[in-house]
Design a protein around this ligand. Structure first.
Ligand code: PMP
Length: 437
């Protein structure tokens, strides 16, 4: 069955062999579920450079997945390679601090006015778990409020009505999460302050934190409506709950100060990940001193990790942020995302297919539906099968977008205008192919 390649027209024989091997020893042949969504099987990657990845079968793909967000400079950018190579030769794990974690923390503190101290962990999910524990420790309350469709990592507290692969595979609430845990997680509707106020009116006195993706990036891309984030800030304050911005995706993607600077609203606790490790494993929690000093070793809220502040992740993140600060990297990545959004819109309008393109700087997504996409429900109206076919037609033509409607397209500073124009030509042809069936 795996060799049924005639259907997709791409030769992926090495990938199919590797996938068969992988299926024997890895669950579903992969280590993270969305990777298995590529039909008839995932392509295996040999290397990446700039905007391209190269498969083991020799196919070159223009990459708009970018490791699901971290690679804002594209693959293997020289300045990051150089710093990582320098540092890796010195050794890489000491169970003692290094100067690099101080330097990266200083950068983050300089870019996010709401952050005075940072704790580095190893993934976005860990950052969120730590942020929630901190919020509970600080407020001495038990519950949290999240939004339907927001994804905050593969951790029990937030695997309730979640987006990303949890939505794609139809398991928004995971098996194995005890009822007793899930019932501490309340859910409201994104972009709907009334739904937040309703929940807070009845449960607000026991809500430790409202946690939100300031731009929902795990149900496609859904920007906050005017006033939504500011409204959350006010409601959190009114009920004495903390506001957690999960900026694992938006941090350093919407710009140096993340969504907080872009939208002009401050969080109490911020979670970061992805870009701040330059593509190496990382997560971080940041907040004002009064909150952060509750963490061990200063305070009673426990957090620890063998790999916390890993020197290679730290140096890769630092090198990445240096480039973002000192070059026109954002200009290129933002122009690419804007041109792509306009181009997709244009092609689909000309072909008469119902669609919406949502855009924020350096990220976008297309939904095949009429009307605006503002929350999980309107996003859920998209023709996800048509999206998957677009993904497949593009893959045949050398362009990689996520195999799930409920992810984002990301651009990087390596997506120069020639790369984007080539992509748009492939989109034009792909859309023609969609219309033919
Ligand atoms: N928060 C958000 C907003 C995310 O998009 C993700 C992952 N895509 C996470 C948290 C979890 O991060 P990680 O996969 O590094 O655990």
């Amino acid at each position: 069955k795996l060799n049924d390649m005639a259907t997709s027209g791409i030769l992926m024989s090495e990938s199919s062999k590797l996938y068969e091997e992988a299926m024997k020893v890895l669950v579903g042949g992969v280590n993270s579920p969305v990777r298995a969504a590529i039909r008839p099987y995932p392509f295996f990657v040999r290397e990446g450079k700039g905007p391209y990845i190269f498969t083991v079968d020799g196919q070159r793909l223009i990459d708009y997945v970018l490791g699901y967000g971290p690679l804002i400079l594209g693959h293997a950018p020289e300045p990051v390679v150089k710093r990582v190579m320098e540092y890796i030769n010195r050794g890489w794990l000491y169970g003692a601090p290094t100067e690099i974690e101080v330097a990266l923390a200083k950068k983050i503190v300089s870019h996010f006015p709401s952050i005075k101290k940072v704790r580095f962990v190893n993934s976005g999910g860990e950052a969120v778990a730590t942020a929630i524990r901190l919020a509970r420790g600080y407020t001495k309350r038990r519950k949290i409020l999240k939004f339907e469709g927001c994804y905050h990592g593969a951790i029990d507290y937030v695997l309730v009505k979640a987006g990303s692969a949890a939505a794609h595979f139809g398991t928004p609430s995971s098996a194995g999460v005890p009822e007793d845990v899930a019932k501490l997680t309340l859910v409201a509707r994104y972009n709907d302050l009334d739904s937040v106020e309703r929940v807070m009116r009845s449960e607000g006195n026991d809500v430790a934190a409202i946690i939100v993706e300031p731009v929902m990036a795990n149900y496609g891309v859904i920007p906050p409506r005017e006033g939504f984030l500011k409204g959350l800030r006010e409601i959190a304050d009114k009920y004495g709950a903390l506001l957690i911005f999960d900026e694992v995706v938006t941090g350093y993607r919407l710009g140096l100060g993340g969504a907080q600077r872009y939208y002009g609203v401050s969080a109490d606790i911020t979670t970061l990940g992805k870009i701040i490790g330059g593509g190496f494993p990382v997560g971080a929690v940041g907040a004002r001193d009064e909150i952060m000093d509750l963490l061990s070793p200063r305070g009673p809220v426990f957090n620890a990790g063998t790999f916390n502040g890993h020197p290679i992740s730290m140096i890769a993140g630092l090198a990445t942020i240096d480039v973002l600060e000192t070059t026109n990297a954002y200009d290129i990545a933002i122009s690419a995302s804007r041109r792509l959004a306009e181009g997709i819109n244009d092609v689909l309008s000309r072909s008469g297919i119902d669609h919406v393109v949502n855009w924020v700087p350096t990220m976008l997504q297309v939904f095949f539906t009429k009307g605006e996409v503002i929350d999980h429900e309107t996003a859920g109206k998209s023709d996800t099968k048509l999206y998957l076919r677009l993904h497949e037609e593009l893959l045949k033509r050398g362009v990689f977008i996520a195999p799930s409607q409920f992810e984002a397209m990301f651009t990087s500073s390596s997506h120069t205008s020639d790369v984007v124009e080539e992509t748009l030509r492939q989109i034009e042809d792909s859309v023609k192919a969609l219309k033919q069936v």
